[in-house]
Ligand binder design. Sequence first.
Ligand code: FE
Length: 288
Amino acid sequence: MNAKSWRTLVHVIESVKTSDGGGVKLHRSIGSRRGLYVDPFLMLDEFFSDNPNDYLAGFPSHPHRGFEAVTYMIDGHMRHEDHLGNQGDLGPGDAQWMTAGRGVIHSEMPQQSEGRMRGFQLWINLPAKEKMKPASWRDIAASDIPVVPIPAGGQVKVIAGIYEGTAGPINGHEKKLTTDPSYLDVSLPAGSEVVVPVSPGYHAFIYMYEGSATIGDVGEGSLLPYRSAGVLSDSGNVRVLALEQGARFLLLAAKPIREPVVQYGPFVMNTREEIEQTLADYRDGNFT
Ligand code: FE
């Protein structure tokens, strides 16, 4: 594979500590400042703590409109319930793909009082014509997420999209999802590399949640440190080389929507008027 075909690291977004929901401590990279999006990705939170006081408050009942929220657990249990009566308990390695569409009111609460809680929540925008579609959700068991070994060492879990011919449970190519997202969880031992093809023009970023790695050609500006999101250039394949501690990271890619984004907390629309309408709908009980 030609080095020219590799995407480069164009911007490193260090995560910042914040809290959300009832007071859950988390590390936010994408979405940590107004406008810090990687279209169509709006936000990525990592929650990771061995201290129950950091997570027990959970995310009590709250609304969303206009986008999709994907929860992926590494350690611990999270129970969700929504206004439609849906409920599920996500355990280690499980995921939930929730399309808020015109409105969902739900809670996401840890189901443990001790031990490690670790996972991610990613927000993916919806195009204008899909923002008001009915809410839907899907729980994905860890056993339904394919694990593809990398011949030279390491593995790729395919939550969405396709890697080396293996499709994940969310396959936007087949289902014709507008953003056709890829969501890969990659583990690399020290000194190993992986090359992942990403469609030209799709936006992509990597979130490093263990260790560190270089992106593309090794050299100045190629280092992606721990707990940072690396925004990649727009064409070519993605090459990641793990440094001496190995690397675990999420690789997210999707087709950009290229529409205006107006966000007000848990609501993401195209215009201020739509946000005002959303607030009115929520106040008047016409939300879902
Ligand atoms: Fe939520």
